[in-house]
Design a binder for this molecule. Structure first.
Ligand code: ADP
Ligand code: ZN
Length: 594
């Protein structure tokens, strides 16, 4: 495996493999089939790219998204590999050129769409050429059990029979047991070596805050991180437009993205985001499949996602480069009602039932007092015995307070106002407000009027949200969200039961504890200077900045401050070809800053 290690150094600039990269490569080099499930950012690509350069002939890489192929191929070329793509986005002349290069044996890695691959003439052409391997990326697309089934993928199984002596490697980041089994069968893998390395994304910190004033909460969070790229996911198209407008009004560079935009508009947003020209994309779930940006530092869920699978996938877009990243969810009981309503609009009753069940799991995650990562991994059937130390509940244990008096006052007020008013009005009464409506309805004479003065409106909001999520109150969405009592209130109102509620958490705490995946001791000013240089180079070459060097590589440079070529080459991510092209410019920048 010395050859594999020197290829890792030469083409990627890394010294050591991560598990299970080396084992996967060994299997493929030995001509075996392999199935690889590794979480996003764990380094799946290396598993087939290194055998692709080491084995004789061309490696054919099947990938579902034409929009991603170009960036992937550009990245490989930057690293000095012979790569090309072959898909419907090429002009006739470009296609001819690629085919000529292919016939001449000049291509180590050929990225193709499944449609192209299955065209008989193309298949025939391949059968005449020496082939190194077939790699099926996003292999879950072959299964109907997976969350992203692509009919074009199904035919790939036929290839296995036709090219029976060439190794096939199937890779994915998301597949439950059923989907995994299905992939092996459908792709007809032959006694594959199977590598499954869990779902955990240790560098992502999970945090849930109460959704109190979401516009302001989101804006403040982003303003605290002016240099970090992020995604804000919202439930509706309209909401994405409102939120991105609000962010722009407050000086944040943000754009919205949803399926209602034209292809050209969407392409523009995506491109600007990849190139770090806009900081934040506010999007519906339509945004993500075509995004391969390694330095997304945060993903905010402005609205409650419908299930844990979507949440995992959307938050998984953060921190592909392994650097510390955050997933922040704004959570309110009101959102549960909205999602339930959406689900119940579905035609298929059985499907609705499944979706409601899935909704319960994400609610349990949001309301957990336990380590959130444990809840998340547990959902995928993975046990995590110890607390993770990198989620909000692990970092600051949730605190409770005796809320019996507050709850009684709140419930009594709802009762005495005949269950006809919404949260804000009831809070006005409790806080002794002189609002026109309080006066108009003579609610200033109620016995609970003003008893809750000592608590702020935000605190009361939090109490109400918790009373709702515990089922003591419901909101009547047909009637201006007026509050209704439920039978569950009886023990508290009549039987003297105590009630403990959580102290509200309204903002994301910054802790001093070290973050998972951090590069230690780097000079932030130098990092910034190197980022600027990287941006200049990326603009000259018309590629996204991360294609020049990743954030992690720049951080290592800003920590080690290399002075010579040799020192520069030892920085993780500085490979031979990149050293040749950019090494001296970065060395100069580092010495100029010293
Ligand atoms: P995946 O496809 O699993 O999401 P990638 O193949 O894109 O992940 O790799 C994620 C990141 O990890 C990339 O920046 C890649 O260069 C880096 N990487 C891969 N293998 C290694 C390694 N052995 N050492 C250090 N970094 C690595
Ligand atoms: Zn935890």
């Amino acid at each position: 495996m010395e050859a594999a290690r020197s290829a890792l150094r030469k083409y990627f600039g890394y010294e050591t493999f991560r598990t299970p990269q080396e084992q996967v490569i060994a299997a493929v080099m030995a001509g075996k089939d392999a199935f690889v499930l590794m979480p996003t950012g764990a380094g799946k690509s290396v598993c087939f790219q290194i055998p692709a350069v080491l084995r004789q002939g061309t490696a054919v890489v099947v990938s579902p998204l034409i929009s991603l192929m170009k960036d992937q191929v550009d990245g490989l070329k930057q690293n000095g590999m012979n790569a090309a793509c072959f898909n419907s986005s090429l002009s006739a002349a470009e296609s001819r050129d690629v085919l000529a290069q292919l016939d001449a044996g000049n291509i180590d890695l050929l990225y193709v769409s499944p449609e192209r691959l299955m065209m008989p003439e193309f298949e025939n052409r391949l059968s005449r050429l020496p082939l190194a391997l077939f790699a099926i990326d996003e292999a879950h697309c072959v299964s109907q059990w997976g969350h992203d089934f692509r009919p074009e993928y199904v035919q790939l199984g036929q290839l296995r029979s036709r090219f029976s002596d060439i190794p096939f490697i199937a890779l994915t980041a998301t597949a439950d047991q059923q989907t995994r089994d299905d992939i092996l069968v459908r792709l007809r893998l032959q006694h594959p070596a199977v590598f499954i390395s869990g779902f955990d994304r240790p560098n992502i910190r999970y945090t849930v805050v109460e959704k109190a004033r979401p516009h302001t909460q989101t804006e403040k969070y982003i303003k605290d991180r002016p240099r970090d790229s992020g995604i804000v996911y919202c439930m509706s198209r309209k909401r994405t437009e409102e939120v991105s407008q609000h962010l722009r009004n407050n000086g944040i560079s943000a754009q919205h993205y949803h399926a209602g935009l034209t292809n050209i508009e969407r392409g523009k947003v995506q491109d600007a985001y990849q190139k770090d020209e806009i900081q934040v994309v506010v999007a519906t779930v339509a945004f993500g499949m075509g995004i391969d940006k390694p330095n997304v530092r945060f993903v905010i869920h402005y609205d409650l996602p419908k299930n844990i699978e979507s949440y995992y996938q959307e938050t998984g877009r953060a921190g592909r480069d392994g650097l510390p990243s955050e997933a922040v969810m704004l959570y309110s009981a009101g959102d549960i009602m909205r999602v339930k309503k959406l689900i119940s609009m579905g035609e298929n009753k059985e499907q609705n039932r499944i979706e409601l069940k899935k909704l319960e799991s994400i609610v349990a995650f949001a309301e957990a007092y336990d380590c959130r990562r444990r809840v998340l991994l547990g959902y995928f059937g993975e046990a995590q015995p110890n607390d993770c130390g990198n989620c909000d509940t692990c970092l600051t244990a949730p605190e409770q307070f005796d809320a019996t008096e507050e709850a009684k006052a709140a419930l009594m007020t709802v009762y005495h106002t005949k269950q006809r008013f919404g949260i804000q009005h009831v809070i006005d009464i409790l806080r002794g407000s002189q609002s026109a409506r309080v006066i108009q309805f003579k609610h200033d004479v109620l016995e609970t009027y003003g008893v809750g003065k000592s608590r702020s409106t935000d605190e009361w909001q939090s109490i109400f949200r918790q009373l709702i999520s515990r089922g003591l109150l419901t909101q009547d969405s047909e009637n201006y969200n007026s509050l209704k009592l439920t039978p569950a209130t009886k023990p508290i109102l009549r039987e003297g039961a105590q009630l403990f509620l959580a102290k509200p958490r309204l903002k994301v705490e910054k802790t001093r504890k070290p973050r998972m995946g951090d590069v230690e001791g780097y000079d932030p000013d130098l990092f910034e200077a190197l980022r600027i240089l990287r941006r200049e180079i990326a603009a000259e070459e018309e590629v996204p900045p991360y294609v020049v060097f990743g954030d992690q590589t720049l951080m290592h440079m800003a920590a080690r401050k290399p002075k010579s070529r040799t020192e520069m080459l030892s920085v993780p991510g500085v490979a031979d070809r990149k050293m040749e092209r950019y090494g001296s410019r970065f060395l100069e920048a580092i010495s100029a800053a010293a």
